[in-house]
Design a protein. Structure first.
Length: 86
């Protein structure tokens, strides 16, 4: 069912990508299964500039395993709180 759900969102004229945190849920949606029947070629991760709170290292490992193109955005503590005010 997961594979069907991901496939249904891949019908597009533009490249598809996924949000990848490195956790189980986003890994499964980015790679669906170990047979790589569905692998999204692009993934995007948002992490914190403070290493102890960032999941970017996990996202990098998953992206490398999937052989996908990985994009990262770093957000600092002040940027995070500033974005909550708007």
């Amino acid at each position: 069912m997961l594979e069907q759900a991901v496939n249904s969102h891949l019908m597009s004229d533009v490249a598809a990508g996924s949000i990848l945190s490195g956790g189980v849920d986003s890994r499964r949606c980015s790679g669906v299964d170990d047979k790589k029947s569905v692998v999204l070629p692009l993934n995007f991760s948002v992490g914190y500039a403070e290493d102890e709170y960032s999941e970017l290292p996990y996202a990098r490992v998953v992206s490398k395993h999937l052989n996908s193109i990985h994009h990262e955005v770093l957000v600092g503590q002040q940027e995070f709180f500033d974005s909550c005010r708007t």
